[in-house]
Design a protein around this ligand. Structure first.
Ligand SMILES: [Zn+2]
Length: 140
């Protein structure tokens, strides 16, 4: 049973690979938000041995599920209302990523026109290959 102690309304990200919670904190830009965030590192897990958990106060829209799915689609998203889990979401690889990863091709238009958004499309789901929407460069 997941301990959501102290969280009235918010989101609990469970089954984060141990040690990855800070990456997710950074990717989701949680440092820019005013809401309460709790990071639990190296929690014991039957399934994974060790895992990290992130508890975020607030609405689901503070969390970009596409970004999370891109980082690790094994993360479980628990939605908490009135201290109860009301919904569990599973993640999948997003078809499109906007301003999450950057194109490294020096000839790509995004490196010339700095204000363009960096857009990538999922080109191969099995191999998790994303390609730049402008120059089709593969993201590594
Ligand atoms: Zn490109």
């Amino acid at each position: 049973m997941l301990n959501i102690g102290g969280l009235k309304n918010g989101i609990v990200l469970d089954h984060i690979k141990a040690g990855k919670s800070m990456d997710i904190y950074k990717y989701l830009k949680l440092d820019k938000l005013d809401c309460q965030v709790a990071i639990i590192k190296n929690a014991r897990s039957n399934k994974m041995g060790r895992k990290d958990i992130l508890k975020i106060e607030g609405d689901l829209d503070v969390v970009d599920l596409d970004v999370l799915g891109y980082i690790d689609c094994n993360i479980t998203v628990n939605i908490i209302k009135d201290e109860k889990i009301v919904e569990k979401k599973t993640l999948e690889l997003p078809q499109k990523l906007t301003n999450v990863i950057k194109c490294k091709n020096p000839r790509c238009i995004t490196s010339i026109e700095q204000e363009l958004p960096h857009i990538f499309f999922l080109a191969d789901e099995e191999k998790r290959v994303y390609r730049c929407a402008y120059c089709e460069e593969k993201h590594k």
